[in-house]
Write a protein that binds this ligand. Sequence first.
Ligand SMILES: [Zn+2]
Length: 91
Amino acid sequence: MHHGDEVYITRTGKYYHYFDDDCPTTARILKGTTAARKVKEEEAKRMGYTLCRHCSKEYAEDLAERQGCGGVAMLLLAAGIGASSIFKFFT
Ligand SMILES: [Zn+2]
């Protein structure tokens, strides 16, 4: 999923949203149930909007997927830390 520079802001919300319909708010925007307009992400930030919780979660997952090998390395690292703390526990 590509996230461009542009994000959605709703008229009443404090959050801005990516164009990803996994976010309930974005889904409503795409359906036309919620009024929103497109702005540049930096502009939204400048206006005091923060990234929506759902969208930031999706974004983090997207990044993790895109990193691929990096994600596996992180997992191995985490497993290593886990194993060493278990080892400490037994010594
Ligand atoms: Zn959102």
